[in-house]
Design a protein around this ligand. Structure first.
Ligand SMILES: Nc1ncnc2c1ncn2[C@@H]1O[C@H](COP(=O)(O)OP(=O)(O)OP(=O)(O)O)[C@@H](O)[C@H]1O
Ligand SMILES: [Mg+2]
Length: 369
């Protein structure tokens, strides 16, 4: 069982820095997701851990042992790729057993282990089939079987679910999570799908431009984003962002939406208590933390006009025009509302976020991969 440590690890490819001074500790038996937009260095990070690429700087340790110079075959690491490339001419059993056969394990032992893995992955009834006679989800399970057959200390998965349809993906997500718990392997799971990362992991490492941005449990990442980029990247619907200005500590005013005035909630003012009047900041509110009402209530609210309705079955996404800004709110399905309606919105202030010294426009480019 292995703890994986990256200590100041960088990888440069002539001119491109794919991984930038990365410090990371993945605990023994942990399910760690690496989440970030396309091109941020996720695959490179896995390849460095597997030993398929040499690091440019820094050290990689497995249980306090530096493995920089250890060749891939001696690291006891297995990797599952996005295109899981099963051998088409081999049966399921032969595909799963392949890593044992090339290492010249005795035939009897190999067969025994293949049977064990097939049972674990519910593939026992398919052992004699060839990959082309399997569904995408089944092929994926064979690829996982091939990876775990040698009992790797570290399992690396690079977007393993991206080639299967949405329904199969949801079901494989639960299956993989259960499998990892059963086989007790340290798992690094690369994805750019934040639902995958949120639902499966013990912790998430958020990565951008080769750098580690934030690390924490799914709840920590969602509830306490470190910066405006984390806040916007994680969440099925982007967080609503308002450019604001501190007027005089008694009130904040949203420049974009000119609605939070004159009194401001205490918790917001607490977060701003060390700031000077005139300080610019960004207020972030998630769509599920916006309440819509048709009548004017007391307290803080602003007026909005219903711009677009998107029913998703289990919720209703309402786009609202506030002055000239469009924001999105998530409500219960069946909420009676029409496009063009005048409504009043209020925020769940305890769950809103304040970001100081950040520039909104800088993050928009890679928010939605
Ligand atoms: N062998 C290589 N030679 C040169 N540049 C490379 C090489 N491999 C990766 N890169 C560059 O390093 C950066 C990170 O690439 P990487 O494949 O790790 O990203 P990723 O996060 O896995 O992206 P995706 O989500 O699209 O798979 C990219 O800019 C890429 O072009
Ligand atoms: Mg990749």
């Amino acid at each position: 069982m292995v703890k994986v440590v990256l200590d100041g690890v960088s990888k440069h490819f002539n001119g491109t820095t794919a991984v930038d001074k990365f410090n990371l500790e993945v605990n023994n038996e942990e399910f760690m997701s690496i989440l970030g937009p396309s091109g941020c260095g996720k695959t490179t990070l896995l390849r460095l851990i597997a030993g398929l690429e040499p690091v440019s700087e820094g050290r990689i340790l497995f249980n306090d042992k530096v493995v920089n110079e250890v060749p891939p075959r001696d690291r006891n690491v297995a990797m599952v790729f996005q295109s899981y490339a099963l051998f088409p001419h081999m049966t399921v059993a032969e595909n799963i057993g392949f890593p044992l056969v090339v290492r010249k394990n005795p035939e009897e032992k190999t067969n025994e282990r293949v049977k064990e893995v097939a049972d674990l992955l519910q593939l026992s009834h398919l052992l004699e089939r060839k990959p082309k006679a399997l569904s995408g989800g089944e092929q994926q399970r064979v690829a996982v079987g091939r990876a775990i057959v040698r009992k790797p200390d570290v399992l690396l998965m690079d977007e393993p679910l991206s080639n299967v349809d949405a329904k199969t993906r949801a079901y494989l997500r639960a299956e993989l999570k259960e499998l990892q718990r059963d086989i007790k392997t340290t798992l690094l799971f690369v994805t750019h799908d934040q639902t995958e990362a949120m639902t499966m992991s013990n912790r998430i490492t958020l990565m951008r431009h080769g750098k580690l941005i934030q690390i924490g449990s799914p709840e920590q990442i969602y509830e306490h984003p470190r910066d405006i980029w984390s806040a916007s990247f994680v969440g099925n619907l982007p967080m609503n962002l308002f450019s604001c200005k501190l007027i005089d500590k008694k009130g904040i005013r949203a420049i974009a939406a000119s609605c939070f005035t004159p009194q401001s909630p205490l918790n917001i003012m607490k977060k701003l208590k060390d700031q000077k009047d005139g300080t610019q900041f960004t207020l972030g509110v998630r769509p599920e933390d916006i309440e819509i009402s048709k009548t004017q209530k007391s307290g803080l609210f602003c007026e909005a006009k219903v711009h677009l309705l998107e029913p998703t079955g289990d919720s209703l996404i309402v786009s609202l025009k506030v002055v000239d800004t469009i924001i999105r709110a998530k409500t219960k399905p069946g909420f009676k509302i029409e496009v063009g309606d005048q409504v009043y919105i209020s925020f769940e202030w305890d769950r809103s976020h304040i970001f100081l010294g950040t520039n909104n426009s800088e993050l928009i480019s890679d928010m939605n991969p």
